[in-house]
Ligand binder design. Sequence first.
Ligand code: HEC
Length: 455
Amino acid sequence: MAHLEFRGVIRLGVIAGTVLALPVLAAAQSAPTFSKDVASIFQEKCESCHRPDSIAPMSLVTYEETRPWARSIKSRVAARQMPPWHIDKSIGIQHFQNDRSLTESQIDTIVRWVDAGAPKGDPKDMPPPVKWADDNIWNFAKIFGGPPDLVVKSPTYTQKAMAQDAWFKPVVSTGLTEARWVRAIEIRPASIKGRKVTHHALARLQQSENGDGAPEVRAAAAGGDEPGPGLFMEWAVGKQGEIMRPNSGKLMLPGSKIVWDIHYSAAGEDITDSVELGIYFYPKGQEPKYRQALALFSGITGGNRALDISPNSVYVGTNFHVMRKAGRVENFQPHMHLRGKAMSIEAILPTGQTQMLSMVSEFSFNWHNNYVFADEAAPLLPKGTILKITSWHDNTAANKNNPDPNQWVGWGDRTVDEMAHAWVNITYMDEEDFKVEVEKRKQKASTTTERQQQQ
Ligand code: HEC
C-alpha cells in the first residue's frame, strides 16, 4: 500500500511537471531555425572555409548540407574549437583585428538550434547567399590601383589523392636588386583546386641585414634571438591579406629570399599547385616612418636548443626578451608542434608591474593562427620592457595529438620534434614618437568614456 501511495505522489509530480513544461514547449516553438537565425552566422563565421571547393571537409552553406553535421557542429562550437580561434577569452587583451570567433550569443543560438532538433524553418527567412570571389582575384588590386608590384611563387607541388600531410619548405629568391618598403602583402594558392589541399602557407623573409639594418633588428640579434625580418605573411583560407598600419612597413633588401612552409593535406584527388605571394610596395622615395620587425621569441627555458621534454610529462618553459626601444606589439602567433598545449605572452614593465597580454590555452597544431591586436588595443610598451613567453607541452597520453607519450622529445624541425616560440611583430619608435602615441591612446580612451557617460 505504502508503495502505491508513493507512486501516486510521483504521478502528481509528473502532472505538475507537465504544467510546468508548457512554457518550455512554447520556447521550443520559438527555437532558432536554420533559415532565420543560423544561416547568417554560418555565412559570417564559417563559409570562408566551409563551402564547396574550400579547405574544410564539408560545406555549411545550405540546410541540406549542414543538417547531417548538427551534432558535431554543436560540440565543436560549444568547445570553441570552431571557428579556429584559440585565444583564451578570460585572459589578456580581447580586441583583435582579425577575430573570427563566435560571440557568446551566437554560440547560444547554434546550441539551442541543435538541441531543438536543428529545424530548417521557413526558407523565406534565408539570408541572400554570399558571393565568394572564387575567381582568384588579388584582393588589394582595387585599393592600390593594380595587381601586386612583385609576385613570388613557390615551386609546384603535387599532393596525391591519398597521402599523409606534407610540409613543403622550398626557398625562392625574390629577385629584388634594390631595397623596397612593403605596404601590403597577399598570399594565395595559384588555383582554386589548390585551396583544397593548401591547408596553410607561411612565407618567411630571409635576408642579410649586414649590420646596416634597423637598430631593432641588430638588437634582436644581440639578444640572441633569431634576427631579421622573420615571418612575412601567413595564409589560411578566408584571409584577406595584410595592409601595414599607417606610416609603417617592412623593408625588403636586395638578394632577399622567401622561405616557404606550406602545409598540404590530401583531398581525394591528385592536385598540383603552387602558392603565390603578392607584394605591394610604397612608391620609390616614399619611406614609411616605422619599420615593422618580426621577432622569434623563444618560450623555452635556456633557449630553443635546451628543450628537453621527458616521457609522460608536462613541460613548462619560460624565456625573457628585453625591448631595447619603446614600441607597439602588433600581434601574437604561437608556434609549437604536436605536443604544444598553451603559450602566453606577458609584459614586465620597467616599474616591475606585470601585464598579461595574451594567451592561447588550447593550442592546436592544425591552426597556426596569427592573433593581430586591434588598433586601439595593441600594447604600447616603454623601452626596457621585458616580454616573457611561457610555453606548455603535454607529452602525456591525455594529449590526443601525441604520437607517442613514451618518447623523449627535443627541439627540432620535424613535427614529431618540438618547438615553442612566438612570432611577434613590433613597431619600434623613438621616445618622442612613443610619447605622442601614448597620448593619442589616452585621449581616445577618455573620449570613449565620456561618450559612454553621456549616453
Ligand atoms: C579558417 C577555416 C575554418 C573556419 C572559419 C571554420 N572551419 Fe570548421 N573546419 C575547418 C577545417 C579545415 C576542418 C577540418 C580539420 C579540423 O577539424 O580542424 C574543420 C572541421 C569542422 C568540423 C568537424 C567536422 C567533422 O569531421 O566532424 C565542424 C563541425 C566544423 N568545422 C564546424 C564549423 C563551424 C560551425 C564554423 C563556423 C561557426 C567553422 N567550422 C568555421 C575550417 C574552418
